[in-house]
Write a protein that binds this ligand. Structure first.
Ligand code: HEC
Length: 433
């Protein structure tokens, strides 16, 4: 479906780091009429007046006692105890884990913090985390609630319990096969990833495999005595099957269930497979896992929907995506002009460990632009779809652009591949007709 065109090697200028931005924001502040002096005399923010509303919106969804975050906190005393660590995490912008840049687009469920909110948390922690007056507490916004499916028709799980293991480093990347259980053509209209054990499950990408490619994956599975087989960044398999592989979402901590737009569904034929790729992290020790997938399914035909990987076919075939040894800020970009209209509902980016920044956007024929996703501190562990508040309609003649930027500190040229040391550059988007 995607036309290939020449991929240019460009070194992006001005890929500013977070530190640059913080510095810029600070110098802006110092030029404001209030100036730095007033900041010195400003009262220390308190939990009840200033900080609790931020936590309610942006943290508690993951860090409440039954949440996926670690640590979890069940009382304000717990939070206060963690204040120095919290301060470090928000200042470094590692928490909350929200990688989409806000000036690209507006997203549902945005938990990111403004510079002012970060500043408030930092000054609160520096000031010994005072509670303030509980009787005059600020109103709390609605806590962010993960969406779940209204109706579950099928739950698929890994066939066996698997206890992750690793001989090199704290990570185990593994693919598990799930035979597609339906005997007629169906349409998936909603899905939710069910991590079995969040102590070890770091992220999950389920891939849908066509019936014609299924045996190749069954052979990979059969060749490994343990449950599943080793894989990374893709379902394993060869490049041809990778190109026709569809995604069924992507899970990282905090990613909710997905319900497709009304009347649309992802068509799945009997005899298909789900290759369930799980990234295990063993930093907290190993433990058995049996993750799964819950689905809402329709047997009535639904309008076209697909989770579409977008990339340059040449890269996949090993051409044009070289990342030279000991290089920084190497970018490759690709674009394709579209011949039939469709709507894009979300955006995600997929690179491996060397990925640093990326952007996915649409250039309309009239010269206007819609950005789907821009990330300038890419993290393999936190890849997820970002759902656009306003879907983007793409018309014939519009162009889709994708750009990825890497740092390669190794002594080897790195190119496209399935291994931990290889790279990829994919945009992924839920599209409907
Ligand atoms: C989408 C889920 C999610 C949200 C939202 C979230 N966290 Fe986290 N947080 C995690 C997970 C998961 C970890 C465990 C460490 C990891 O996997 O990186 C974590 C770890 C932490 C840690 C431990 C130290 C560290 O940096 O790893 C702190 C402190 C923290 N979070 C604070 C916060 C604060 C403060 C907020 C809100 C401003 C927040 N988190 C929002 C998921 C979340």
């Amino acid at each position: 479906m995607w036309v290939r065109i020449w991929a240019a090697v460009v070194v992006l200028a001005g890929c500013g780091s977070v530190d640059d931005e913080r510095a810029a924001a600070k110098s802006d502040d110092s030029q404001s009429s209030e100036g730095l002096d007033s900041a010195d005399t400003e009262p220390i923010p308190t939990w009840h007046q200033d900080v609790a509303p931020i936590f309610s919106r942006s943290c508690d969804g993951c860090h409440a006692p039954d949440g996926v975050g670690s640590p979890t906190w069940s009382s304000v005393e717990d939070v206060v105890e963690w204040a120095p660590v919290i301060r470090a995490a928000v200042e470094a912008r590692t928490m909350p884990p929200w990688k989409a840049k806000g000036d690209c687009s507006d997203y549902t469920g945005d938990v990111s913090l403004t510079d002012d909110e970060i500043d408030r948390i930092v000054r609160w922690a520096e000031g010994d985390a005072p509670l303030g007056d509980a009787t005059a507490a600020a109103a709390l916004p609605d806590a962010w609630q993960p969406v779940s499916l209204e109706r579950v028709d099928r739950t698929m799980r890994m066939v066996d319990l698997y206890t992750p293991e690793s001989d090199a480093g704290p990570d185990d990347y593994r693919c598990f096969l799930m035979e597609w259980p339906e005997e007629e053509t169906v349409w998936v209209t909603g899905y939710e990833l069910l991590p079995g054990n969040t102590q070890v499950v770091h992220h999950i990408i389920p891939f849908l495999i066509e019936p014609s490619s299924a045996d190749a994956y069954r052979a990979l599975d059969a060749a490994d005595a343990d449950p599943g087989y080793r894989c990374y960044g893709g379902p394993g398999g060869n490049v041809d099957t990778l190109l026709e592989t569809r995604w069924l979402g992507a899970w990282a901590p905090g990613v909710p269930a997905s319900v497709l737009p009304e009347g649309t569904g992802i068509k799945v034929e009997p005899g298909s497979l789900v290759v369930f790729q799980v990234h295990y992290n063993l930093i907290n020790g190993s433990a058995p896992d049996q993750s799964g997938l819950a689905l809402t399914i329709e047997t009535e035909p639904q309008a076209f929907a697909e989770i579409q990987p977008l990339t340059d076919v040449r890269w996949v075939l090993g051409v044009g995506m070289d990342i030279p040894p000991e290089s920084t800020s190497v970018s490759h970009s690709w674009s394709t002009t579209i011949s039939s209209g469709f709507t894009m509902h979300n955006g995600s980016l997929h690179m491996h460990q060397l990925g640093r920044a990326g952007r996915l956007w649409v250039e309309h024929a009239d010269g206007t632009e819609d950005c789907l996703l821009e990330v300038d501190d890419y993290d393999f562990d936190w890849q997820r779809p970002y759902e656009l508040k306003e879907p983007v309609r793409v018309m014939p003649g519009d162009t889709i652009h994708l750009s990825c930027t890497w740092d390669n500190p190794t002594g080897d040229t790195v190119g496209w591949g399935d291994g931990t040391g290889d790279e990829m550059c994919l945009g992924v988007s839920l599209i409907t007709g």
